[in-house]
Design a protein around this ligand. Structure first.
Ligand code: NCD
Length: 307
């Protein structure tokens, strides 16, 4: 049985197929509206979420299936001390597939080892967030046409931002992608991404601190929120929080066809004035997230597709 714990759980070919399916769903969603009739998705969210949980739920409902689950650890038996391994054994009796978000890195992996249904990692601590990456990839494919030869700037909290880690691991599979890592020294990408993925794979990347210096060269700017919940002290968070603010003045320095992505939620790192700029693609990205999750559910459940 197939799970999605890291973006690399899908081969390049499987990923291409999934993105093609997601694009077809975007064009004719009605064709897929009965594909998961009688199937159930469980959403097991031990950490706050708006987009990821609700887009999973919307995706399953769009496919004609049903959803069940919980949206905080407090409202589940985790608050009584139940282990993830036991919870997933139980959920396997109720649902056909599950999406799990957990504050501990590796919790969805533990779940997958004890599960008789496919487990999707919907974010594990500061580690990985593969379905946000599928969303990001679909957005790039739809808006830029291809992944090759792009210069992508990733800006903000590159240390704790799990979406950044998953996206880098996926984009290195394409040809001639250049990475500009824009962060304060304290929030640089972890060593396992810099050394084991970027350096070891011989990929072109640089680390800079100033967004203004980097922005003119970028085809994609991927902004991220400073991850308050992963900081050990509030003072440090307050110091980092206002480090980057993308506003119209900075957008003036960018290419006319650069796109701005953000996994959301935004705090203050993108000024609302940028929302009106046609290059701001972060709300379109949300819509693509539903289509790509529909494609993922169909793929993991091995549903026969309508011809
Ligand atoms: C991201 C996450 O949870 O990692 N949000 C999301 O799922 N779209 C990013 C964030 O919380 O900053």
């Amino acid at each position: 049985m197939k799970h999605l714990l890291s973006p690399l759980d899908l081969s390049g070919e499987e990923l291409d197929r999934l993105l093609t399916l997601a694009s077809d769903i975007a064009v004719c969603p009605g064709r897929y509206s009965e594909c998961c009739k009688g199937r159930k998705l469980a959403t097991l969210f031990y950490e706050p979420s708006t987009r990821t949980r609700l887009s999973f739920e919307a995706a399953m409902l769009n496919l004609g299936g049903s959803v069940l689950g919980f949206s905080s650890a407090d409202s589940s038996s985790a608050s009584k001390g139940e282990s993830v391994a036991d919870t997933i054994r139980v959920i396997s009796c109720y649902a056909d597939i599950c999406a799990m978000r957990h504050p501990k890195e590796g919790a969805p992996l533990v779940a997958s080892l004890n599960s008789s249904i496919p487990v999707i990692n919907a974010g594990d601590g500061g580690h990985q967030h593969p379905t946000q990456t599928l969303t990001d990839l679909m957005t790039i494919k739809e808006l830029k046409g291809s992944f090759d030869d792009l210069t992508i700037g990733l800006c903000g909290d590159l240390k704790f931002g799990r979406t950044v880690h998953s996206l880098i691991e996926s984009l290195v599979r394409y040809k001639n992608v250049r990475f500009v890592l824009i962060s304060p020294n304290e929030l640089r990408v972890p060593g396992y991404i810099r050394d084991d993925v970027l350096k070891a794979g011989g990929h072109e990347f640089c680390e800079v601190e100033k967004l203004e210096d980097a922005i003119p060269d970028l085809d994609i700017l991927y902004m991220t929120r400073v991850q308050r919940e992963r900081f050990f002290n509030e003072e440090e968070y307050m110091r980092m929080k206002g480090f980057y603010i993308l506003d119209n003045a900075k957008m003036e320095l960018a290419k006319k066809d650069m796109i701005v992505l953000h996994p959301l939620p935004r705090v203050n790192e993108i000024s609302v004035e940028v929302d009106k700029d046609p290059r701001a693609a972060y709300f379109k990205q949300v819509q693509f997230g539903v289509y790509v999750r529909m494609a993922l559910i169909l793929t993991l459940l091995e549903v026969e597709l309508p011809c």
